[in-house]
Write a protein that binds this ligand. Structure first.
Ligand code: CA
Length: 228
């Protein structure tokens, strides 16, 4: 699977250098040149790593990092900065950055740090990505078994597919249309209401309080988001 990197940097020469090198290494790269567009991109798509400059137009890297984490986007963040002060490093790590690299840096060093972050996030996701737990729920997607408080929960095939899609894109807002397309694969007459009905059923089965969901949440006017 191709790894997707979001490069947030406003210095044109550095963008070129980093982007070209990452593309050569087989990464898929998207670039944002200011803090606002970085946030927009990171909310819309799932990235495997975010390279985040600190001094940026519109919104600085610290604020971007803090906003991402408060939106429950847990993508590993590697902060890049020209400043080498310990305080920057501490602030960045406190705001949820995973690592820190001071400019100027060697490209090999950058690549090694990216690989380390990818390894770490894979390990966190579990050696076996076919299982996932949240709240009092444990899911084994391979055997299609869902257990809640040690009791089995019956999910339909569509409910399981829907849940898996939401979990795989956790932290991102997903539109009903996207869910219909990816989970149902409708070609004829998509009815977004279908998604709502299934989400509601999942909440009944998995949420502690289905009318105040903690995990499968509604983002008004936009769609759904899995938190967990
Ligand atoms: Ca900069």
């Amino acid at each position: 699977m191709m790894r997707r990197v979001l490069l947030v940097e406003d210095e044109a020469s550095l963008i070129l250098t980093i982007r070209d090198r990452l593309l050569n290494e087989g990464y898929d790269v998207e670039v944002a040149t200011d803090g606002e567009s970085a946030l927009q991109l990171a909310r819309r798509r799932i990235f495997d790593v975010i390279l985040l400059d600190i001094a940026l137009p519109k919104k600085n890297g610290f604020d971007v990092c803090r906003d991402l984490r408060s939106d429950a986007v847990h993508t590993p963040v590697l902060m890049l900065t020209a400043r080498g002060q310990i305080s920057d490093r501490v602030v960045g790590l406190k705001l949820g950055a995973d690592d820190y690299l001071t400019k100027p840096f060697d490209m090999l060093e950058l690549l090694a740090r990216i690989e380390a972050l990818l390894r770490r996030s894979r390990n966190l996701a579990g050696a076996n990505a076919d299982t996932f737990g949240f709240g009092d729920v444990q899911i084994d997607f391979r055997s299609a078994e869902v257990v809640r408080n040690s009791s089995p929960v019956e999910l339909s095939v569509l409910e399981l597919k829907l849940l898996r899609y939401l979990i795989e894109h956790r932290g991102a807002v997903i539109a009903r249309e996207e869910l219909l397309d990816k989970v149902w694969g409708y070609e004829a007459m998509p009815v977004t209401r279908t998604v709502d009905v299934h989400v509601s059923s999942l909440r009944q089965k998995l949420e502690r309080n289905p009318s105040r969901p903690e995990f499968i949440v509604t983002v008004h006017g936009l769609g759904y988001k899995f938190l967990g």
